[in-house]
Ligand binder design. Structure first.
Ligand code: ATR
Length: 288
Protein backbone atom coordinates (compact mmCIF):
# COMPACT_ATOMS: atom_id res chain seq x y z
CA UNK A 1 0.00 0.00 0.00
CA UNK A 2 1.47 3.38 -0.98
CA UNK A 3 1.67 5.85 1.90
CA UNK A 4 3.44 9.06 2.86
CA UNK A 5 6.46 6.98 3.83
CA UNK A 6 6.78 5.00 0.59
CA UNK A 7 10.19 5.38 -1.06
CA UNK A 8 9.92 6.17 -4.76
CA UNK A 9 12.38 4.82 -7.31
CA UNK A 10 12.08 5.71 -10.98
CA UNK A 11 13.41 4.96 -14.42
CA UNK A 12 14.29 7.98 -16.53
CA UNK A 13 14.89 7.72 -20.26
CA UNK A 14 13.41 7.61 -23.73
CA UNK A 15 12.09 5.26 -25.02
CA UNK A 16 10.94 3.54 -21.83
CA UNK A 17 7.46 2.26 -22.67
CA UNK A 18 8.61 -1.36 -23.02
CA UNK A 19 10.96 -1.48 -20.06
CA UNK A 20 10.78 -4.60 -17.91
CA UNK A 21 12.31 -2.78 -14.93
CA UNK A 22 9.03 -1.68 -13.25
CA UNK A 23 7.74 -5.27 -13.26
CA UNK A 24 11.06 -6.65 -11.97
CA UNK A 25 11.63 -4.10 -9.25
CA UNK A 26 8.05 -3.92 -7.98
CA UNK A 27 7.86 -7.74 -7.84
CA UNK A 28 11.04 -7.73 -5.73
CA UNK A 29 9.77 -4.96 -3.41
CA UNK A 30 6.46 -6.75 -2.94
CA UNK A 31 8.08 -10.13 -2.35
CA UNK A 32 10.08 -8.69 0.54
CA UNK A 33 7.20 -6.44 1.72
CA UNK A 34 9.37 -3.34 1.33
CA UNK A 35 7.66 0.05 1.36
CA UNK A 36 9.07 1.03 -2.04
CA UNK A 37 7.53 1.65 -5.43
CA UNK A 38 9.13 1.87 -8.89
CA UNK A 39 7.69 4.13 -11.59
CA UNK A 40 8.75 5.27 -15.05
CA UNK A 41 9.21 8.79 -16.41
CA UNK A 42 9.73 9.46 -20.07
CA UNK A 43 12.42 12.12 -20.18
CA UNK A 44 13.46 13.19 -23.66
CA UNK A 45 16.85 14.48 -24.71
CA UNK A 46 17.08 18.10 -23.55
CA UNK A 47 14.78 17.56 -20.56
CA UNK A 48 17.29 15.93 -18.25
CA UNK A 49 18.26 19.06 -16.37
CA UNK A 50 14.66 19.80 -15.39
CA UNK A 51 14.08 16.16 -14.53
CA UNK A 52 17.08 16.12 -12.17
CA UNK A 53 15.90 19.30 -10.46
CA UNK A 54 12.62 17.46 -9.99
CA UNK A 55 14.36 14.42 -8.53
CA UNK A 56 15.93 16.61 -5.84
CA UNK A 57 12.79 18.66 -5.26
CA UNK A 58 10.56 15.63 -4.90
CA UNK A 59 13.13 13.67 -2.94
CA UNK A 60 13.00 10.54 -5.10
CA UNK A 61 14.94 7.76 -3.38
CA UNK A 62 16.55 6.00 -6.34
CA UNK A 63 16.82 6.16 -10.09
CA UNK A 64 17.66 4.03 -13.06
CA UNK A 65 19.01 6.00 -15.98
CA UNK A 66 18.79 4.70 -19.49
CA UNK A 67 19.24 6.00 -23.05
CA UNK A 68 19.99 8.75 -23.91
CA UNK A 69 21.08 10.10 -20.51
CA UNK A 70 23.65 7.65 -19.09
CA UNK A 71 26.63 9.93 -19.67
CA UNK A 72 25.05 13.39 -19.47
CA UNK A 73 23.47 12.67 -16.08
CA UNK A 74 26.93 12.66 -14.46
CA UNK A 75 27.03 16.45 -14.40
CA UNK A 76 23.93 16.58 -12.19
CA UNK A 77 25.31 14.24 -9.53
CA UNK A 78 27.20 14.98 -6.31
CA UNK A 79 29.35 11.88 -6.29
CA UNK A 80 30.32 8.83 -8.33
CA UNK A 81 31.47 5.51 -6.99
CA UNK A 82 35.00 4.50 -8.01
CA UNK A 83 34.16 2.04 -10.80
CA UNK A 84 31.65 4.43 -12.28
CA UNK A 85 34.32 7.12 -12.56
CA UNK A 86 36.44 4.92 -14.80
CA UNK A 87 33.55 3.56 -16.85
CA UNK A 88 32.12 7.05 -17.39
CA UNK A 89 28.42 6.19 -17.51
CA UNK A 90 25.72 5.88 -14.87
CA UNK A 91 22.64 3.63 -14.80
CA UNK A 92 21.74 3.81 -11.10
CA UNK A 93 21.47 6.70 -8.64
CA UNK A 94 20.94 6.65 -4.89
CA UNK A 95 19.61 9.72 -3.13
CA UNK A 96 21.66 9.53 0.02
CA UNK A 97 20.11 12.13 2.32
CA UNK A 98 20.01 14.72 -0.47
CA UNK A 99 23.32 13.73 -2.08
CA UNK A 100 22.88 12.06 -5.45
CA UNK A 101 25.41 9.25 -5.90
CA UNK A 102 25.90 7.57 -9.30
CA UNK A 103 26.70 3.91 -9.97
CA UNK A 104 27.02 1.59 -12.92
CA UNK A 105 25.60 -1.89 -12.33
CA UNK A 106 26.14 -3.49 -15.75
CA UNK A 107 29.65 -4.75 -15.08
CA UNK A 108 29.02 -6.22 -11.66
CA UNK A 109 25.62 -7.47 -12.90
CA UNK A 110 27.33 -9.37 -15.72
CA UNK A 111 29.88 -10.90 -13.34
CA UNK A 112 27.04 -11.93 -11.03
CA UNK A 113 25.09 -13.41 -13.95
CA UNK A 114 28.12 -15.50 -14.92
CA UNK A 115 28.67 -16.62 -11.34
CA UNK A 116 24.97 -17.42 -10.85
CA UNK A 117 25.17 -19.63 -13.93
CA UNK A 118 28.17 -21.48 -12.56
CA UNK A 119 30.83 -19.77 -14.69
CA UNK A 120 34.12 -18.81 -13.08
CA UNK A 121 35.77 -16.08 -15.18
CA UNK A 122 39.05 -16.17 -13.29
CA UNK A 123 41.98 -16.81 -15.63
CA UNK A 124 39.77 -17.40 -18.66
CA UNK A 125 40.31 -16.04 -22.15
CA UNK A 126 37.29 -13.84 -22.77
CA UNK A 127 36.08 -12.25 -25.97
CA UNK A 128 33.66 -9.36 -25.99
CA UNK A 129 31.88 -8.28 -29.16
CA UNK A 130 31.04 -4.58 -29.30
CA UNK A 131 32.62 -1.46 -27.81
CA UNK A 132 29.55 0.62 -26.88
CA UNK A 133 28.24 1.50 -23.43
CA UNK A 134 27.38 -2.04 -22.38
CA UNK A 135 30.70 -3.45 -23.56
CA UNK A 136 32.54 -0.70 -21.76
CA UNK A 137 30.92 -1.41 -18.40
CA UNK A 138 31.47 -5.15 -18.74
CA UNK A 139 35.04 -4.81 -19.96
CA UNK A 140 36.11 -2.81 -16.91
CA UNK A 141 34.59 -5.41 -14.57
CA UNK A 142 35.95 -8.42 -16.47
CA UNK A 143 39.45 -7.22 -17.24
CA UNK A 144 40.47 -7.39 -13.58
CA UNK A 145 39.51 -11.06 -13.41
CA UNK A 146 40.18 -12.76 -16.72
CA UNK A 147 43.42 -14.03 -18.27
CA UNK A 148 42.96 -12.18 -21.53
CA UNK A 149 40.28 -9.86 -22.88
CA UNK A 150 39.86 -9.48 -26.62
CA UNK A 151 37.50 -6.72 -27.73
CA UNK A 152 36.14 -7.08 -31.25
CA UNK A 153 34.16 -4.24 -32.76
CA UNK A 154 32.85 -3.31 -36.20
CA UNK A 155 34.47 0.11 -35.78
CA UNK A 156 38.02 -0.86 -34.81
CA UNK A 157 38.93 2.60 -33.42
CA UNK A 158 36.26 2.30 -30.71
CA UNK A 159 37.62 -1.07 -29.61
CA UNK A 160 41.15 0.36 -29.56
CA UNK A 161 40.02 3.31 -27.50
CA UNK A 162 38.38 0.99 -24.99
CA UNK A 163 41.47 -1.25 -24.82
CA UNK A 164 43.65 1.82 -24.19
CA UNK A 165 41.32 3.12 -21.48
CA UNK A 166 41.40 -0.29 -19.83
CA UNK A 167 45.15 -0.65 -19.82
CA UNK A 168 45.56 2.79 -18.28
CA UNK A 169 43.45 2.01 -15.18
CA UNK A 170 43.74 -1.71 -14.57
CA UNK A 171 45.40 -2.95 -11.44
CA UNK A 172 45.83 -6.50 -12.61
CA UNK A 173 47.19 -6.45 -16.12
CA UNK A 174 45.02 -8.82 -18.07
CA UNK A 175 46.14 -8.82 -21.65
CA UNK A 176 43.71 -6.57 -23.45
CA UNK A 177 43.58 -6.44 -27.24
CA UNK A 178 41.34 -4.81 -29.83
CA UNK A 179 40.43 -6.29 -33.20
CA UNK A 180 37.91 -5.60 -35.95
CA UNK A 181 34.70 -7.64 -35.77
CA UNK A 182 34.85 -9.84 -38.87
CA UNK A 183 34.70 -13.56 -39.67
CA UNK A 184 38.49 -14.01 -39.93
CA UNK A 185 39.17 -12.44 -36.55
CA UNK A 186 36.31 -14.30 -34.88
CA UNK A 187 37.62 -17.58 -36.35
CA UNK A 188 41.18 -16.87 -35.19
CA UNK A 189 40.27 -15.72 -31.67
CA UNK A 190 37.41 -18.05 -30.86
CA UNK A 191 39.44 -21.28 -31.08
CA UNK A 192 41.05 -20.94 -27.65
CA UNK A 193 38.40 -18.67 -26.11
CA UNK A 194 36.57 -19.83 -22.97
CA UNK A 195 33.88 -17.14 -22.72
CA UNK A 196 32.37 -15.02 -25.49
CA UNK A 197 29.99 -12.16 -24.77
CA UNK A 198 27.81 -10.44 -27.35
CA UNK A 199 27.49 -6.79 -26.38
CA UNK A 200 26.43 -5.65 -29.86
CA UNK A 201 22.83 -5.31 -30.96
CA UNK A 202 23.27 -7.98 -33.65
CA UNK A 203 20.44 -10.52 -33.39
CA UNK A 204 18.08 -8.14 -31.63
CA UNK A 205 14.44 -7.82 -32.71
CA UNK A 206 13.50 -7.06 -35.52
CA UNK A 207 16.69 -8.62 -36.99
CA UNK A 208 16.37 -11.99 -35.26
CA UNK A 209 17.86 -13.83 -38.24
CA UNK A 210 21.28 -12.22 -37.69
CA UNK A 211 24.10 -13.55 -35.55
CA UNK A 212 27.48 -12.02 -34.67
CA UNK A 213 29.17 -15.47 -34.85
CA UNK A 214 28.57 -17.98 -37.64
CA UNK A 215 27.52 -21.32 -36.17
CA UNK A 216 30.40 -23.32 -37.68
CA UNK A 217 32.86 -21.24 -35.62
CA UNK A 218 31.25 -22.15 -32.29
CA UNK A 219 32.63 -25.03 -30.19
CA UNK A 220 31.25 -27.00 -27.23
CA UNK A 221 33.84 -25.75 -24.71
CA UNK A 222 32.57 -22.20 -25.01
CA UNK A 223 30.40 -20.23 -22.64
CA UNK A 224 28.22 -17.99 -24.83
CA UNK A 225 26.68 -14.99 -23.07
CA UNK A 226 24.34 -12.84 -25.17
CA UNK A 227 23.20 -9.52 -23.68
CA UNK A 228 20.33 -9.30 -26.17
CA UNK A 229 17.05 -10.32 -24.51
CA UNK A 230 14.58 -9.64 -27.28
CA UNK A 231 14.16 -12.34 -28.47
CA UNK A 232 15.07 -14.27 -25.34
CA UNK A 233 16.51 -17.05 -27.46
CA UNK A 234 18.66 -15.27 -30.02
CA UNK A 235 20.03 -17.10 -33.02
CA UNK A 236 23.45 -17.06 -31.32
CA UNK A 237 22.08 -18.67 -28.15
CA UNK A 238 20.08 -21.24 -30.12
CA UNK A 239 23.03 -22.30 -32.26
CA UNK A 240 25.41 -22.39 -29.29
CA UNK A 241 22.97 -24.53 -27.32
CA UNK A 242 22.56 -26.87 -30.28
CA UNK A 243 26.28 -27.69 -30.42
CA UNK A 244 26.46 -28.23 -26.66
CA UNK A 245 28.03 -24.94 -25.52
CA UNK A 246 26.93 -23.43 -22.22
CA UNK A 247 24.66 -20.43 -22.78
CA UNK A 248 23.57 -17.44 -20.70
CA UNK A 249 20.85 -15.24 -22.11
CA UNK A 250 20.15 -11.52 -21.91
CA UNK A 251 17.44 -11.97 -19.33
CA UNK A 252 20.08 -13.09 -16.87
CA UNK A 253 22.00 -9.88 -17.51
CA UNK A 254 18.88 -7.73 -17.20
CA UNK A 255 17.90 -9.30 -13.90
CA UNK A 256 21.36 -9.26 -12.35
CA UNK A 257 22.09 -5.62 -13.18
CA UNK A 258 18.61 -4.74 -11.86
CA UNK A 259 19.34 -6.77 -8.73
CA UNK A 260 22.46 -4.70 -8.05
CA UNK A 261 20.36 -1.49 -8.38
CA UNK A 262 17.81 -2.97 -5.97
CA UNK A 263 20.56 -3.70 -3.45
CA UNK A 264 21.97 -0.16 -3.75
CA UNK A 265 18.51 1.33 -3.00
CA UNK A 266 17.44 -1.07 -0.25
CA UNK A 267 20.62 -2.48 1.28
CA UNK A 268 18.91 -5.87 1.07
CA UNK A 269 19.83 -8.89 -1.05
CA UNK A 270 17.63 -9.00 -4.14
CA UNK A 271 15.27 -11.96 -4.63
CA UNK A 272 16.83 -13.12 -7.91
CA UNK A 273 14.45 -16.03 -8.53
CA UNK A 274 11.39 -13.79 -8.18
CA UNK A 275 12.91 -11.28 -10.59
CA UNK A 276 13.78 -13.96 -13.16
CA UNK A 277 10.29 -15.45 -12.98
CA UNK A 278 8.68 -12.02 -13.40
CA UNK A 279 10.91 -11.06 -16.34
CA UNK A 280 10.20 -14.36 -18.12
CA UNK A 281 6.47 -13.98 -17.60
CA UNK A 282 6.52 -10.41 -18.94
CA UNK A 283 8.57 -11.36 -21.97
CA UNK A 284 6.23 -14.27 -22.70
CA UNK A 285 3.20 -12.01 -22.44
CA UNK A 286 4.96 -9.70 -24.88
CA UNK A 287 3.43 -6.66 -23.26
CA UNK A 288 4.88 -4.78 -20.34
P1 ATR B 1 24.97 -0.25 -25.89
O1 ATR B 1 24.80 0.85 -24.89
O2 ATR B 1 23.88 -1.28 -25.85
O3 ATR B 1 26.32 -0.86 -25.83
P2 ATR B 1 25.78 1.24 -28.22
O4 ATR B 1 26.65 2.07 -27.35
O5 ATR B 1 24.96 1.90 -29.27
O6 ATR B 1 24.76 0.41 -27.33
O7 ATR B 1 26.69 0.09 -28.90
C1 ATR B 1 26.21 -0.78 -29.85
C2 ATR B 1 27.32 -1.77 -30.25
O8 ATR B 1 26.78 -2.67 -31.23
C3 ATR B 1 28.52 -1.10 -30.91
O9 ATR B 1 29.69 -1.81 -30.55
C4 ATR B 1 28.21 -1.26 -32.40
O10 ATR B 1 29.35 -1.26 -33.24
P3 ATR B 1 29.98 0.12 -33.82
O11 ATR B 1 30.77 0.72 -32.68
O12 ATR B 1 30.81 -0.26 -34.97
O13 ATR B 1 28.79 0.98 -34.20
C5 ATR B 1 27.58 -2.64 -32.40
N1 ATR B 1 26.76 -2.89 -33.58
C6 ATR B 1 25.52 -2.37 -33.83
N2 ATR B 1 25.05 -2.86 -35.01
C7 ATR B 1 26.00 -3.70 -35.49
C8 ATR B 1 26.11 -4.53 -36.67
N3 ATR B 1 25.13 -4.59 -37.58
N4 ATR B 1 27.24 -5.25 -36.83
C9 ATR B 1 28.23 -5.22 -35.91
N5 ATR B 1 28.20 -4.48 -34.79
C10 ATR B 1 27.09 -3.73 -34.58
Amino acid sequence: MISGRTKVCALIGDPIEHSLSPALQNAAFQHLALDYVYVVFKVEKGELKDAMVGVRGLGLHGLNITMPHKIEVIKYLDELDETTKTVGSVNTILNYGGRLVGYTTDGIGALNALKYNGVDVYNKKTMILGAGGASRSLSFALAEEVKELVILNRTLEKAQQLANDLSSVLRKKAKTRAEGLNVENVRKELKDTDIVINATSVGMHPKENQTPIESDLLHPNLVVFDLVYEPLETRLIREARRIGAKTIDGLSMLVHQGAVSFEIWTGIKAPIEVMIKTAKKKLREGKN
